[in-house]
Structures are given as structure tokens and as C-alpha cells.
Design a protein around this ligand. Structure first.
Ligand code: URA
Ligand code: SF4
Length: 229
């Protein structure tokens, strides 16, 4: 899909005026390998969020990744580039991977919701958190990605991803770093890297980044164990 210009985006249908089925399910292809999934997701109209976004941002990475990262939804950069985690949050994630000794080429990154949800404020596009219905509508893509790539371990980045996979009662504050399971896979949830970037001052940011890195490092033994098996 061609990326629409900013003017074009503003004149598009508002998400609240779109009549969508409320699930991505009717848009899933028969063949469920990554290439077919990505091509089909590009035309998903499962919920209203496609209406204001530039394009679908599908997951990226190898089959059988060591880690499968799930974020919330594409941000402004990702919406424009069509690739997940290419902005500042992605850079922070890359630093944590490097510190943990996890190769970037061996991880798969995706989001719980594949279209950027935003509100206009002047000329800016303000990130808007996806609601439970939108997360549920997009879930078939996430499940299909997990089935297609069969990762060693899944890491949820933030509450939206954690609640998508681990249930609405999951609390990142209380349960971050715990090893749980979903979709028959080991799953750990930590904070969203964007929350680290939002820390109020330099000391808080540094502490938050260290805690984030510790959580990422905690899945390394699972990767090692699966290689040894
Ligand atoms: N934040 C996310 O949750 N996902 C991205 O792809 C980028 C920023
Ligand atoms: Fe489809 Fe998900 Fe985009 Fe909604 S957010 S239109 S379900 S890809």
C-alpha cells in the first residue's frame, strides 16, 4: 500500500465512522507462513484502526527466533516506515539486546495491534492507547505469527501486549519479569521501552533502563537451555 501523505490522512474517514467486523479473522489467508500473513495483513479491515493509519505494520524477524517481542502498536515512525520498532523505543530495545548478548537478527518483533491509533492535535499525531476490543480484533494476527515462527520465548513489552497474551488481570507492575505461559510458550512481560524514555529525570531513566535490561537478560537461560536440548 502506498503511504498516504499527511493531508490525505487528515481527510480520511474517522475510525469511529467505520463499520468493521471487529475481528481480523476474515482477513487471514489460507496459507499461514509469514509471507502470506504479511501480504494479507496489509489489507486488513478487521477493526476501524486501519482508517486513520498509513499502513499495516506487520512483525519482522526470522522463523524460530530466540525471542519474540510483542509491543503495543506502531508509533509515528513505524506507521510511516511500515516496520516495527524503528523509532526511539526500538533503539532502547536494541541496546538491551546488545547488553544481554542476544543477536538482533535472531529476534522477531511485532505488536499487539498492527495499525497506529492516534488523535490529531494541531499538526501532531498523538498516540492513543488501543482499547480491549481493538486488541481482541487484532489478536488473530498475533496468534498466526506465533504459530508461524514458533519462538523459544515470548517477551511482552508493556501492559497492552501483556494483557493481550496473559489476560486482562495481568499487572506489569506486580508481575514483570515472572516466567509464565501462553499459547503453549514461555512468556515474560516487562515494561514498554517507551515508558523508560518517559522517566521524569536522568536518574530515574537510568534506573528504569537497568531494570528493563535485567528483565530482558532473564530470558537468556531459556534460550541457552533450548539450544542445549
Ligand atoms: N512502540 C511499540 O509498542 N511498537 C512499536 O513498533 C514502536 C513503538
Ligand atoms: Fe486489522 Fe489489526 Fe489493523 Fe484492526 S488494527 S485493521 S484488526 S490489522
Amino acid at each position: 500500500m502506498p503511504a498516504a501523505g499527511a493531508r490525505d490522512r487528515e481527510t480520511r474517514t474517522r475510525p469511529e465512522d467505520v463499520d468493521a467486523p471487529g475481528s481480523a479473522e476474515p482477513f487471514l489467508p489460507l496459507q499461514r507462513d509469514l509471507d502470506h500473513l504479511r501480504a494479507a495483513a496489509a489489507t486488513c479491515r478487521g477493526c476501524a484502526l486501519y482508517a486513520r493509519a498509513t499502513q499495516t505494520v506487520f512483525g519482522e524477524g526470522p522463523v524460530h527466533p530466540e525471542v519474540f517481542f510483542v509491543g503495543e502498536q506502531p508509533g509515528d515512525y513505524e506507521d510511516q516506515q511500515g516496520r516495527p520498532f524503528v523509532g526511539p523505543a526500538g533503539q532502547l530495545l536494541e541496546r538491551a539486546l546488545a547488553k544481554a548478548g542476544i543477536e538482533r537478527s535472531k529476534v522477531y518483533v511485532t505488536n499487539a495491534v498492527k495499525h497506529f491509533k492516534w488523535e490529531p492535535r494541531g499538526k501532531r499525531r498523538i498516540h492513543n492507547r488501543p482499547n480491549a476490543k481493538e486488541i481482541a480484533a487484532c489478536r488473530p494476527w498475533l496468534d498466526a505469527e506465533l504459530d508461524a515462527v514458533k519462538p523459544t520465548v515470548v517477551v511482552c513489552l508493556g501492559a497492552v501486549a501483556a494483557q493481550a497474551l496473559l489476560g486482562a488481570s495481568f499487572s506489569v507492575l506486580r508481575q514483570r519479569g515472572q516466567l509464565l505461559s501462553a499459547n503453549g510458550l514461555p512468556v515474560m512481560a516487562t515494561v514498554h521501552p517507551a515508558s523508560v524514555l518517559r522517566a521524569p529525570d536522568e536518574d530515574a531513566r537510568h534506573a528504569a533502563e537497568l531494570a528493563f535490561e535485567r528483565d530482558i537478560e532473564s530470558v537468556v537461560p531459556i534460550i541457552r537451555a533450548s539450544k542445549a536440548a
